[in-house]
Design a protein around this ligand. Structure first.
Ligand code: FO1
Length: 315
């Protein structure tokens, strides 16, 4: 297959955002657009928080907090610490700079602006040229079914620190969610989809299961990068979730998960070089490369390898 000219990259949280930054350094805004998970979104302290849009925004602006792995660089915590001292909820750590973004987004939404347009306004002001498109402007909310009962995603992830054992997920609002028209339009023109190394259950599923997405993607060459490396997730609870769901926590099992649940979606799969002895176990075209991204050069190298991989896929 020829190297694509126009790519849709699907991203969830922090791992996906790393590859997204690499892609953004190679492809311009006419060649690359991002479709982002909104299943992690919630209303907190009266504000609309969109953690995956935020992670991608901060990554693309190179303003991400590298010590924490989430949030904004150079952050201070006066607001949340003061809130805690007054007896307010402080388990979800909203930094002072980060608060400004959530306040601005919430204000725009309150004025009737869509999440898509509010995101475009914020990303433009942060100097980001690429379109960061929420997969839908309609609410999709991931609910984690666990041994503590059903938990809203951020309650599971941050408040409970991913400790509850997971038995399944529900994507509330999915049936009625409309695919972002900007994504529909892009899919009509693009010739490659890259699923960044994000959690298949809680980051990628809430994007690709939006009604109409899979049909629109059917004839577009699609590759995914494994978020599981050597049996663990570089970031987040993907490996723990797989174990709890009785799925082996391996890159091969991630490939099989996509093949089983979304037959025909993937044309190729990228795994880490440390898992290269498992390449033969993947029943679709697959390559092994360095997928652990520590530096900006690592992000760009993986992005280049993903683009080159399309050339190697059978027509
Ligand atoms: N993650 C944490 O582990 N602890 C936090 O207190 C936290 C606060 C937070 C605030 C704003 C934001 O946009 C993201 C934040 N995250 C925090 C990260 C986020 O909730 C998760 O990484 C994603 O939802 C998973 O993709």
């Amino acid at each position: 297959m020829p190297r694509p000219q126009k790519i849709l990259a699907i991203t969830g949280g922090v791992g996906g955002a790393k590859l997204a930054l690499g892609l953004s350094k190679i492809l311009n805004s006419e060649q690359l657009m991002f479709a982002v998970n909104v299943g992690d979104d919630f209303t907190h302290l009266g504000l609309h928080i969109s953690p995956d849009i935020d992670s991608l925004t901060y990554a693309l602006a190179q303003e991400n907090n590298q010590e924490l792995g989430w949030g904004r660089a150079g952050e201070t915590w006066q607001f949340i610490n003061t809130l805690g001292s007054l007896g307010g909820e402080d388990w979800f750590r909203l930094g002072d700079k980060d608060m400004a973004l959530h306040t601005r987004r919430s204000q725009l939404l309150g004025q009737g602006t869509s999440l898509t347009d509010a995101t475009a306004e914020i990303t433009r002001r942060m100097g980001i040229e690429h379109t960061v498109a929420p997969v839908s402007d309609d609410p999709i909310r991931t609910v984690v079914q666990s041994d503590l009962g059903e938990l809203a995603f951020q309650h599971y992830f941050v408040r409970e620190r991913c400790a509850p054992a997971v038995s399944g997920f529900r994507l509330d609002g999915m049936q009625d969610a409309r695919l972002n028209p900007a994504i529909t339009g892009w899919l009509a023109e693009c010739d490659g989809i890259i699923i960044c190394p994000s959690n298949p259950f809680v980051s990628v599923a809430p994007v690709i299961e939006v009604p109409g997405f899979l049909e629109a993607a059917e004839h577009i060459p699609t590759i995914a990068v494994s978020p599981i490396v050597a049996g663990t997730a570089i970031k987040g609870p993907a490996a723990k979730m797989m174990q709890e769901l009785s799925i082996p926590a391996t890159a091969v099992a991630v490939a099989e998960h996509y093949q089983h649940h979304y037959p025909g979606l993937l044309d190729g799969f990228v795994i880490d070089e440390t898992d290269s002895e498992r390449l033969d176990a993947i029943t679709m075209p697959a390559v092994a490369t360095q997928s652990v991204m520590k530096s900006l050069d690592d992000r760009i190298a993986l992005a280049e390898r993903c683009l080159a991989f399309f050339d190697e896929l059978p027509a």
